[in-house]
Design a protein around this ligand. Sequence first.
Ligand SMILES: [Cu+2]
Length: 564
Amino acid sequence: MRNFAIALAAATLVLGAGAGAVSAGEYEITVDRVGIDTGDFTRTGVGFNGASPGPVLRFREGEDVTIRVTNNLTESTSIHWHGLILPYQQDGVPGISYPGIPAGETFTYRFPIVQSGTYWFHSHTGFQEPDGAYGAIVIEPKEPEPYVWDREYVVQLADAHPHSGDRIMRNLKMMPDYYNRKQRTLFDFLGDAEDKGFGAALSDRKAWGDMRMMPTDIEDLQGFTPLINGKGPAQNWTGLFEPGERVRLRFINSSAMTYFDIRIPGLEMTVVQADGNEVQPVAVDEFRIAVAETFDVIVEPKDDRAYTIFAESMGRTAYGRGTLAPREGMAAEVPALRDAPLLTMADMGMAHGEHGEMDHAAMGHDAPKPETMDHSKMDHAAMGHGETEPLRGPDPFYAPGSGLAPEAADGGRFLSYADLKARTPLYPHRPATREIELKLTGNMERYMWSINGVKYADAEPIRLQYGERVRFRFVNTTMMTHPMHLHGMWSILDNGSGEWNPVKHVISVAPGTTVYMETEVDAPGQWAFHCHLSYHADAGMFRKVIVEGGPQDKAAELDARERG
Ligand SMILES: [Cu+2]
């Protein structure tokens, strides 16, 4: 009898291993009041496991994770697993997924890890995320990735502000330009008048006034210190390498409000993943990372010297800086901030009549065409190095003439959304079953942000049917850039690559443009869908999405049973 039991146990073990045994990771996270020191200022904020940023969570594709989150704050909290595909009750959005985690209580998350790549997690309660409640997630894939590297680092960006999120929102509501220090002056006006003539300068001025905007309204929150892995520019986060090694950098933008333009002078970066999904490798000198996006790049520093990781804010009001070096204590030159961009009439959507419909597929320039698709057959081992680069026109994801269209320093190559092509399509390509228009709307004067002119508090949920493929049409009628984030389901960016359209979880929509994304509605339940700029989301650029039908009824049934 005893022998039989042992034999059975052994058989189970072997069977388990043979079937690719499901491992189960257990994690403990506390949400705490923490001290934050950026080198420019210190303040108290919110963090995980006693620090901000929180820990790097390392999961493995195929495992089931159990994460116990204990709230040590005196207020409610939550954790959202940004970009992770999971049952909606585990998504961590108070009021949509669950009620949140009350002060002093523990909530246990349980979900399977069904993907791999670089993601992050953050509080979805109040302004805890801008106050420091964010951390990184790295998921190791089941199958090895199609490229090699010798070491890797998470490079997590943030825009720490000396003011608390609550105070910032109060100030913005009271005076939307409270934190905009780059206001144009009478002096600038006289300069314009000299350049363009008095009449033109005056009508320009009037147009901006009518929009209640200014050409400098690129960052509505200034005065922050950019952080790399929790360290300010002077604190200089450093990653070590040995010359000749390939280093994988997992960039995550965990900022509340700030887009960054990233370059490492002296090193080409090969982009291999966007938002956790494999893309066909593309070599660039610089890329822009929207709030909440992730990009994985591989660099090969060959020389025995330090290299600066330089992250300039899109509005050029501040920079984040870190270093890659063969030894601790080394530093390379830190470039100067480039001139601040100025918004143009194109960003107002006035470039061609009404709101500039950016039909990139029809744009003559360098729009991706189907025949470029033999890229899929390209030799990935070559990683794009030494390829002849096609002539590039202006970035089709900016309004023609936009002041925000990026340009690489020293005439290099700047990554465009148009360059992103999925390595392997995640879904079969099929026509969308219907289109939903989402106008991104706002009133700068009153710091109101909304979708289709309606703020979240007054809006009906967006109802999707399980099994459909919805085409979302984002029309940006504002002059700000909005990083739109749908929870629970993938966002397939239509950049004209058809079957190879990249699969993302954040779609950035520049002023004066229309951008399309498609979603295979394959996740029952209810989900958040919002601009990931913290203060825009809070003001109302936010929707609840309800996925009806499919296994949802079953999910609801299980949910009801769980609650007794
Ligand atoms: Cu999110």
